[in-house]
Design a protein around this ligand. Structure first.
Ligand SMILES: Nc1ncnc2c1ncn2[C@@H]1O[C@H](COP(=O)(O)OP(=O)(O)OP(=O)(O)O)[C@@H](O)[C@H]1O
Ligand SMILES: Nc1ccn([C@@H]2O[C@H](COP(=O)(O)O)[C@@H](O)[C@H]2O)c(=O)n1
Length: 226
């Protein structure tokens, strides 16, 4: 079967990671979580004492960390300078700072290069999820999806996830999501945006399984029409 490239974009908590992993696993494709790469570089900046609110300081060192992403949808992995970073990149501190780092053009140029190389090396094809995959990273992707959901649904999903790990109430989770989306949508360089040729799927009233089935059907439709 021919290789297929699937781009899944959308705001925070819309289900990009869960959907992308499941679709990739079901279709035998590779998987890339591009948010994890931006989180990894942010974590490296924070642990190395770089002022992440100073774009010049971030740009000056953003070529230094070696960031490696695994592409197995059943075992997503990310390392920085050879060390497993899967846990540390999910802290609240990294989440609150990642939009500042990802807005720096030099950071985006470097991470975009890594993403394109990974996609080009995926023999059977890949599902790549993020914010600018359909618009900038892989504009020629075979299938482009833009997931959305109401802020309330997204906050409820995230709060459920965080319970017991880092206490978070619904209202503050909702505010944090909205703040991050505004920063990601408002930056100058490849902001969070729906590609003109992307299919928008509102997941507010859908179960995760329904979203997965919808995306698998769109990929199969595309393959059948080739
Ligand atoms: N359709 C859905 N219905 C209910 N829960 C969902 C649905 N889709 C995803 N979830 C749950 O919502 C949470 C967030 O999903 P996920 O991490 O996939 O979103 P995301 O878009 O990748 O978020 P982020 O961009 O912040 O990384 C997870 O706990 C996931 O299981
Ligand atoms: N293509 C992308 C993907 C992510 N980002 C930035 O990373 C942050 C974290 O993403 P998660 O999916 O792990 O929540 C996100 O808020 C963006 O700032 C990006 O810029 N482009």
């Amino acid at each position: 079967m021919e290789s297929v490239i699937v781009a899944i974009d959308g705001p925070s908590g819309t289900g990009k990671s869960s959907t992308s992993r499941a679709v990739a696993a079901e279709l035998g494709l590779s998987y890339l979580d591009t948010g994890a790469q931006y989180r990894a570089i942010t974590w490296w900046m924070l642990t190395n004492g770089i002022d992440v609110d100073d774009p010049g300081a971030v740009a000056a060192v953003c070529g230094k960390p070696a960031i490696e992403s695994g592409t197995d949808p059943l075992a997503p992995a990310i390392s920085v300078d050879g060390a497993d970073a899967a846990g540390p990149i999910r802290t609240r501190e990294v989440t609150s700072k990642v939009s500042a780092v990802s807005a720096v053009p030099e950071v985006r140029a470097r991470i975009t290069g890594l993403q394109r190389a990974i996609a080009a090396a995926a023999e059977k094809g890949i599902v790549v999820e993020g914010r600018d995959i359909g618009t900038t990273v892989l504009p020629a992707a075979d299938v482009k999806i833009f997931l959305t959901a109401s802020p309330e649904a997204r906050a409820a999903r995230r709060s459920g996830e965080l319970k017991g790990r880092e206490a978070a109430d619904l209202a503050s989770t909702r505010e944090a999501l909205i703040r991050r989306d505004a920063a990601d949508s408002g930056r100058k360089t490849s902001p969070l945006a729906k590609a003109d040729d992307a299919v928008e799927v509102d997941t507010t009233e859908l179960t995760l399984q329904q979203v997965i089935e919808c995306v698998v059907a769109l990929v199969e439709e595309k393959r059948a029409g080739r």
